[in-house]
Design a protein around this ligand. Structure first.
Ligand code: SF4
Length: 339
């Protein structure tokens, strides 16, 4: 790393240590669908879904979503946000899901479902602590290019409404879409303007079938630069760094640059693998205690846990089956690692 970047990271690390404990958590984003009515953001895997599949039919089953919430809770993962394609769930369907999810987690959720009107935010108030605007980039020209049907203005209106309702505001930022370092100024102004308390700093994942397929993965230093700049400018900002299985070796650097938490990693599919273990090792390398686990299944009576909920018995039955389908392969992977 060049000396300038190194001194930036050192400064950011000192600021982090002044304001936060030396720990790190994994945050799981829980999706309710694999399709989206917008479907043309250039970097998004949802834009590669077959056009003949109506987005509403890409909904996951309720039992699979709720089983994932339960799993996340017992593995010590925070819920980054509850999300899915825009226009897939109707407000009453979303409300039912939120209510059930909060019964499981015992904590209000971050919601990321596109721009939400004030009226609907009000309706979800008992279940949400904040809204996430999937803003992706603040550079207006670039935004038009990468999110042609998802303008920023409706998100800005949502942030205003959220502020009035006492909800927290979070945003996303993807490094590698074509931004320049000069865009930092715009990003800082945006964070100030909407009093954003949390930011998800992802690195581009060049999805197959998108125009970014052949784009380079942004370097660890570049992602760290953005995180460190934000940590220095906003000492109390909650910064989440998005990683992927091809870049876990950058975790220690991103944490030293001032990230609070890690996300995006396929934590269920790759649970208990060497790559998951490496994330926990990287946290230790950065002087952080890893809270929760990506490698060891806790001893939980899952059926008993499900029985506690007020859900219909048929749903609980289906949740138990789903959970088994998650846990079986996770246990196998975990056992392979210990062999
Ligand atoms: S609106 Fe969100 S989910 Fe839909 S295509 Fe764009 S980035 Fe993907």
């Amino acid at each position: 790393m060049d000396p300038q970047n190194q001194s930036l990271v050192t400064q950011a690390d000192t600021i982090y240590q002044e304001h936060f404990p030396p720990s790190v958590r994994f945050e799981r984003a829980i999706f309710f669908s694999w399709g989206c009515t917008i479907g043309d953001c250039t970097f998004c895997y949802m834009s590669t879904q077959p056009a003949d599949k109506p987005p509403r039919e890409t909904r996951r089953s309720t039992e699979s979503i709720l089983a994932e919430f339960l799993l996340a809770k017992h593995l010590g993962w925070d819920i980054g946000f509850f999300t899915g394609g825009i226009g897939v769930l109707k407000p009453d369907e979303l409300e039912v899901m939120l209510q059930a999810a909060v019964e499981i987690t015992g904590d209000k959720l971050w919601l990321s479902v596109g721009p939400v009107s004030r009226l609907h935010l009000q309706r979800y108030l008992p279940y949400i602590k904040g809204v996430v605007g999937s803003t992706e980039t603040i550079n207006p020209q670039l935004h038009k290019k990468v999110c042609p049907s998802k303008p920023l203005a409706p998100y800005e209106r949502m942030f205003e409404a959220a502020r009035e309702l006492g909800l927290q505001r979070a945003m996303t930022f993807i490094v590698g879409l074509g931004e320049t370092r000069e865009d930092l100024l715009l990003l800082k102004e945006f964070i100030h303007k909407y009093d954003i308390s949390k930011i998800h700093v992802y690195g581009l994942i060049p999805q197959k079938g998108t125009i970014h397929e052949k784009d380079p993965v942004p370097s660890a230093e570049e992602q760290a630069w953005w995180i460190a700049q934000l940590r220095i400018a906003f000492p109390l900002l909650d910064i989440q760094c998005g990683i992927w299985e091809d870049r876990v070796e950058r975790v220690s650097l991103l944490l030293q640059a001032g990230a609070n938490s890690i996300s995006k990693f396929k934590a269920i599919k790759l649970f208990g693998t060497a790559v998951a273990q490496e994330i926990e090792n990287e946290a230790a390398k950065a002087g952080r205690t890893f809270v929760g686990t990506l490698t060891r299944l806790p001893d939980v009576d899952w059926n008993q846990e499900i029985e506690r909920f007020s859900f219909a018995s048929e749903l609980k039955k289906r949740m138990k089956i789903k959970l088994e389908q998650y846990l079986g392969p996770m246990k196998k992977l975990q056992d392979n690692l210990s062999d």
